[in-house]
Design a protein around this ligand. Sequence first.
Ligand SMILES: C[S@@+](CC[C@H](N)C(=O)[O-])C[C@H]1O[C@@H](n2cnc3c(N)ncnc32)[C@H](O)[C@@H]1O
Length: 384
Amino acid sequence: MANTASDLPTTPAPASFIFVICQNGAESATKLEIMNNHPNLSLAFSRPGFITFKVSAEAPLPQRFTLKSALARTYGWSLGKCTSQDASSMVADVSTNVQFENSNHLHVWQRDPFTPGRNGFEPGISALAEEVGCLFKTDLEKSGSKLIVNKESKPDDKIFDVVMVEPNEWWYGYHFASTVAGRWPGGTPAIDTSIETYSRAYFKLSEALLWSGITIQPGDHCVEIGSAPGGACQLLLEKGAKVIGIDPAEMEPGILEHDNFVHIRKRGTDVKRKEFRNTKWLISDLNADPNFSIETVAEIVNHPLVDVKGIILTLKFSEWKNTSSIPDLMKAAKALGFQVVKARQLAFNRREICLVAVKDKFVLRLGKKHVKPKRQAKSEKPTP
Ligand SMILES: C[S@@+](CC[C@H](N)C(=O)[O-])C[C@H]1O[C@@H](n2cnc3c(N)ncnc32)[C@H](O)[C@@H]1O
């Protein structure tokens, strides 16, 4: 979302640079997307998975800025970097920053070394980042600081970020947790990737649900188009959903044998519309052009027998430059009658994005918790 005039800073911007984290390999597409949407930003520094931009002095950003970007995993103010072979001295160096002292959380992580899923790499806090986090914790405990290390923050908390661009080169900065992903260390939710899954789609759908705020309830009717071998269906079944998987390819026996699963071994377009009659959540993960995926979903959603609450699409791009079509894909989804449409390159995505659209925004468990006004206890006297 772009910043509005009312967001303009009342205090001067804390720095002239911002940092952006993206998937390893997505840098060019991310730079283009951000500079198109924010003409006040110009490229400063770039490494795989890590970019900094200079903010124009004529058009500053507010302290709590948000970027209009589907490809940025997380971002914040960039305050500088430190380099040393000695991690303890870097910890001491970073800890003296004035923004460090008045933050609520500390997030420490390494930039992605590879594309997710390649060479066994999955996003999250690496063993090295964990070790550095422990060094910070030890120092914080000694000084009696309450800073919380590498945990999900609450909405609007102030987070100090340490990005290990190289093991001996750390860039640091801070941000306010104004988005759901902004509350996660490095913009990546803590998902246990050590569990056995039928495919990586299990992690992608787990993250999609956490990010979007969609909750799958036991008994919900879900359909997945492009369901083989079955990672996403595995997650849906674990959540107690009734699942139809549509795919001409074979499903894993563990999924096929599940009482709540039905396999329709066809292409999505060849399935009778009545099969979608009770569907609440429509999921699509086709290895096909994003426009084809949207058209396939549109034919189902537009049918008078069908009344889905929401769709969760994984849209795959044959080339990074094709990600420039994300705004058009979102418009196409909106035209199907959805009230809320969001798109994001999830940390667990590869050259793909997750597009979520819901008919009614109230089905989403929003990031900011609804705070009920406090009731006065009966015995309590009203304050004057
Ligand atoms: C990335 S895989 C899906 C992974 C799956 N969601 C999982 O959880 O394991 C893409 C699948 O799309 C299927 N597919 C491609 N075109 C299709 C179509 N028109 N209708 C249904 N499935 C299709 C392929 O057979 C392939 O199994």
